[in-house]
Design a protein around this ligand. Structure first.
Ligand code: ATP
Length: 139
């Protein structure tokens, strides 16, 4: 089975969406294999989102992600694509219109505060699971 990194971002935690998001994960056929609650410092966020370092929204993104605690989970199945489908488009306002049943439609606020993250490819899943859990995603 495949694993992906699912993350509940600071706004998801602050809005008390952890339980409903975890229920959605389990109801959708994923199993949660590991989870942790972390408080990220700015260096860690910069490193996690390094691919966006040159974007105009990067300083804002670092501020947002390092604001408070968040948790993340790793799950199985056809996990990468299925989790991306379940969370919906990046912009939560767009999600509310185009995918009203998605997690971002349910708990996201806008383009930045979209409450969850999901790895977008097998390569990023490997990297991101290593990043937080320090072990390979296979097995
Ligand atoms: P994630 O990688 O967090 O799952 P994503 O793949 O849907 O989200 P990316 O394009 O990788 O979106 O952007 C990473 C994060 O940066 C987004 O989830 C969002 O929080 C923020 N972000 C992306 N684009 C913008 C933007 N134009 N303005 C503000 N914030 C943005």
């Amino acid at each position: 089975k495949e694993k992906t990194l699912a993350m509940i971002k600071p706004d998801g935690i602050a809005g008390n969406y952890t339980d409903v998001i975890k229920k959605t994960i389990l109801d959708s056929g994923f199993s949660i294999t590991q989870e942790m609650l972390l408080e990220l410092n700015k260096e860690t966020v910069r490193s996690f989102y390094a691919e966006h370092a040159s974007k105009s929204f990067f300083p804002d993104l670092v501020q947002y992600m390092s604001r408070i605690k968040f948790s993340d989970f790793v799950k199985k199945v056809n996990a990468i694509a299925d989790w991306r489908a379940l969370i919906g488009p990046t912009d939560a306002n767009n999600a509310k219109i185009t995918q009203p049943n998605s997690i971002r439609a349910m708990c996201g606020m806008d383009l930045q505060r979209n409450c969850v993250h999901g790895s977008d490819s097998p390569q990023s899943a490997d990297r991101e699971i290593m990043f937080f859990f320090n072990k390979a995603s296979s097995g």
